[in-house]
Design a protein around this ligand. Structure first.
Ligand SMILES: Nc1ncnc2c1ncn2[C@@H]1O[C@H](COP(=O)(O)OP(=O)(O)OP(=O)(O)O)[C@@H](O)[C@H]1O
Ligand SMILES: [Mg+2]
Length: 266
């Protein structure tokens, strides 16, 4: 028998649920103001929001309401004028350049509306890139990139360059690239914005599976009500502020209603 103190099973499960319940992202009073040719644009006006590990959260809001600005703050791509962003309870403002680069490379996977792929590199090379940045040997990066492209259904096109691929296929490459370093958080800014409904739903399915199977936290921005069904919570943003929050149980009814309304319009 070991000398370790006996751990009560109840204590372990309490600890597990505490860890699971931990906030992976916490924004507190995040404010961002732009000054553009004498005009003051208040893109974010004090956003406070906690997101738990393994949650799938959609940020909804009209164009210009501050969704991308919020993503840039959470992803450490830009700094708020006021307020704080905590990732795993670390204030990212306290990180030095190297630590911030590490966080962006290892913890967060970014999917942008416009894919942001390198056009002169193959799909495979695009997916390998974040792994090479992380110092993974080239042969290992290549194997993993090929596996990820297979997972998103692009195994047969991995040597093609982005301009040779359809929008949906490019977005799959972007999803595979976002997964390269096994991030804990996926930030997807309108990942389906440029896609038809069916391809959009396939991308959402891939993201939902990541959440279910790997416990990845998924944060997406979308305009599209049809894309909300996978969400645990929907945060509605208006004029740089959270307007209301809807939980999954309330959402199913609403999504049905919205879809019905959509059919009536036709
Ligand atoms: N770099 C910038 N300089 C000046 N103003 C900016 C800048 N980036 C964003 N803005 C302004 O901040 C506001 C919020 O923009 P943001 O891109 O966050 O909106 P959004 O909700 O993502 O919109 P969309 O749905 O169209 O993508 C807008 O009024 C926008 O014009
Ligand atoms: Mg945007």
């Amino acid at each position: 028998m070991s000398d370790e103190p006996a751990v009560n099973a109840e204590d372990v499960s309490a600890l597990d649920s505490e860890l699971l319940a931990a906030n992976v992202v916490r924004a507190v009073g995040v404010t961002k103001t732009y000054h553009l040719g004498g005009e003051v644009i208040r893109a974010l006006r004090g956003v406070t929001l906690s997101i738990k590990r393994g949650e799938y959260v959609s940020i909804m809001g009209p164009s210009g309401s501050g969704k991308s600005t919020f993503f840039n703050m959470v992803g450490g791509l830009d700094k708020p004028n006021d307020g704080h962003v905590f990732i795993d309870e670390v204030d990212i403002a306290s990180l030095d350049t190297f630590e911030l680069a590490w966080l962006r490379c290892h913890k967060i996977g970014y999917i942008f509306q416009t894919f942001n792929l390198i056009p002169v590199q193959s799909a495979l090379e695009n997916v390998m890139l974040p792994m090479l940045f992380a110092g993974i040997p080239e042969a290992d990066a290549q194997d993993k990139a090929a596996g990820l492209l297979n997972d998103v259904g692009l195994g047969h096109r991995m040597l093609n360059k982005p301009p040779q691929l359809s929008g949906g296929q490019q977005q799959r490459v972007a999803v595979a690239r976002a997964l390269a370093n096994d991030p804990a958080i996926i930030l997807a800014d309108e990942p389906t914005g440029n896609l038809d409904v069916r391809t959009g739903e396939e991308i959402i399915d891939i993201l939902s599976k990541l959440k279910e199977e790997k416990g990845v936290t998924v944060i997406t921005a979308t305009h599209d009500h049809k894309m909300l069904s996978a969400s645990d919570r929907v945060i509605y943003v208006v004029d740089g502020q959270i307007d209301r929050v809807q939980k999954r149980e309330d959402l199913n009814i609403t999504v049905g209603t919205i879809e019905e309304e959509g059919h009536e319009e036709k």
